[in-house]
Design a protein around this ligand. Sequence first.
Ligand code: ZN
Length: 445
Amino acid sequence: MSKQAVLDSLDANRQANFDRLLEFLRFETISAQSQHRGDMQACADWLVRLFTTAGVLARAGNDDARTTVLVYGHYDVQPVGDEKLWQSPPFEPTIRDGRIVARGAADDKGQIFTHVVATLAWINAARTLPVRVIFLIEGEEEIGSPNLGTFVQRHADELACDYVVLSDTAKLDADTPALTVSTRGLLYKQLTIAGPSKDLHSGLYGGAVGNPLNTLAKILASLVDKKGRVTIPGFYDNVQTPDVHQREALARIAPNDDNMANALGCPALAGEEGYTTIERIGVRPSLDVNGIIGGYTGEGSSTIIPARASAKVSMRLVEGQQPDAISQAFDKAVAAACPPSVRLSIETSAACEAYATRADTPGAQAALAAMAAAYDAQPALLYEGATLPILPLFRRVLRADSLMMGYCMRDCNAHSPNEFFHVSDFEAGCRASALFLAELADRVR
Ligand SMILES: [Zn+2]
């Protein structure tokens, strides 16, 4: 097996690989919209055909004793939003300024396709694969992967692997590819406060009745203190403070606060005292009110005491925080803050733990080496603030660590109009994905 032959084959088939990607991008695979069911099936069939024509099913490599990699990705995409904001139609991939512009170009068709192209290049050029490769490409990621958990559990034997590899995260910046080593968890709550059985006249009853909106505002305000710390008892119990090395590593890739505030349109940034912005997002938990519903919001004024009020609250969790325990602690704290003049109910709509892995495993080292060679740049380690529920799932069911190799730009307009993926990142990503298989084989032999 020769790495160079595979890289040469990627070079020689540049145009064909690129054309195939454009074909992939033309499927209108919006999983949230039922009128696209036919497109979803057509795209899935197209992927299966691609693998079968190459002489493989979506499994390749024969020797059961060898290391196995499960490549995970998704072919479904977000709805396009306001089409008028797109400079070219979202499902007619267009090249502008070295960018492939299309819905799904980065999230995730373009990125998952680097692994498809890399694997097929190995089969073409070397007639073999350095490790066993299994592809798991789903069409329901953008709607919360409702069936993935059951599927993975049911097929755990066939999906057994040493590492999961995915490219659904971003690079650090234009020149620097990245390995994401952690993601935060998520706990989502809706609280409802009910007071009188109907809206009341605030002149006749104001000052004598518990106002659900006043009460809700007080409770919400009490959840985070002046120092930006969440006040729920036990919230930080198992949260580790980043050590010196981690803080130094984070400081090296930290954004400038003023630039970030400017870019976001905020007068200044804010967060937990004693931590930098990148630490607040990457390795510290947070609590945000996402929406408040209640009372009179129409034109002019209406002097009422609303009958009810509710709020949506999300918490981003970090390693060590158990969603169930935090959920109970949250409910208890809110109940304790709620006076007897109103009735409280709380619903939990999402609970997912954080995920963290190490950069010194053979898999992570292989991913870092492959990206360094493909990009000719030292990759960064990223601590992602968002949540990827599949990672704890893969660890729990398959007992495999996930390697998140990011090739797209952070501001690639994922979920927004004019989503893009640089042509050069697609090509470097193909090289990195191809080299990764060889690097892994070298390290686990
Ligand atoms: Zn995605």
